[in-house]
Ligand binder design. Structure first.
Ligand code: ATP
Ligand code: MG
Length: 275
């Protein structure tokens, strides 16, 4: 692994839904092996940016590269490098845990001969081996999120993209999801791009964070750099938290342009289904 390899590069990435500019000239670079946190208020454009990077939303060539591939030119090559845990739940409650992961192994082109073993390994890695043959509909919220992690890991991705992987989970379940991500990362050198609204998680687990607001990165650095930067601007001796930095960048109160009813509703729905 060369430390200087770029895993994700967005250059002037823009994406609109009708008149809504969800992503507006986003520049973002994630290095190989890095854990990068994309933070920002509801409606900032995080999920849209991620869906562009995963090739689920089409963007013109020249805007997004994943390792050496341009998403606009070589969608399939990019998909083969990725594991993705979407914000909306993706596990099928009518299938067992093992069947859910096996489905992803097929979709992500894991060679047929290796499938059964890779599925078992992925379930083992997220501590679901014992529950593997139960219907996912009987799982707790934390187990569902771990199952989705197994789905994303089964293809042995070089880049794991997680959109709010710990939403609605209790503190112990959140820690367990992060422990499992970090264990795989340490074993394989996998790059991680994650969004979260939990600033303590970002502070603890992300090497660098980008604070996104209205479609663009407004602050970028290690959590400590951002916290020190705010302390300097405010002229205080006590180190502010990452949450203070978030408030400073995103402003407080409701913002008409971002985070409408739709966003809150869809986030709640995810939280309810997990919980
Ligand atoms: N399918 C869609 N159709 C129309 N507008 C959309 C769609 N998806 C997102 N948007 C709009 O794009 C903007 C960015 O939404 P996005 O979901 O990317 O934000 P987010 O940062 O992921 O928010 P959250 O933290 O709530 O998940 C919002 O204004 C949202 O209303
Ligand atoms: Mg989102």
């Amino acid at each position: 692994m060369t430390p200087d390899t770029t895993a994700v590069a967005c250059t002037g990435l823009s994406y609109s839904f009708g008149d809504t500019k969800a992503v507006d000239g986003l520049d973002l670079t994630v290095g190989e092996g890095e854990v990068f946190g994309l933070l920002g208020p509801n409606g900032a454009g995080k999920t849209t940016a991620i869906r562009c990077i995963t090739t689920l939303l089409p963007v013109p060539a020249g805007m997004v590269r994943v390792f050496d591939h341009d998403t606009g030119r070589d969608r399939m090559a990019v998909r083969r490098l990725l594991g993705y845990v979407p914000q909306q739940l993706s596990a099928d409650s009518g299938l067992t845990g093992r069947e859910n992961v096996a489905l992803f192994a097929r979709v992500f082109d894991v060679p047929r001969r290796e499938r059964a073993e890779r599925v078992a390994q992925a379930l083992e890695a997220v501590d679901l081996a014992d529950a593997a043959d139960r219907l996912a509909g009987t799982y707790s919220g934390g187990m569902v999120r771990r199952l989705e992690l197994a789905q994303a890991l089964v293809s042995a991705p070089r880049l794991l993209i997680l959109d709010e992987p710990t939403i609605g989970l209790d503190p112990i379940a959140r820690t367990s999801v992060w422990d499992q991500i970090n264990a795989v990362r340490e074993a394989t050198g996998m790059t991680v791009l994650v969004t979260t609204h939990y600033m303590d998680e970002a502070d603890q687990h992300c090497h660098r964070v980008g604070l996104m607001h209205r479609g663009r990165i407004r602050a970028l650095g290690t959590p400590t750099e951002l916290r020190r930067g705010l302390a300097e601007r405010q002229g205080t001796d006590t180190l502010p938290t990452l949450e203070d930095v978030f408030r400073d960048v995103a402003g407080s109160g409701l913002d008409e342009q971002s985070g409408g009813f739709r966003d809150v509703r869809s986030t709640r729905r995810t939280a309810n289904r997990v919980g």
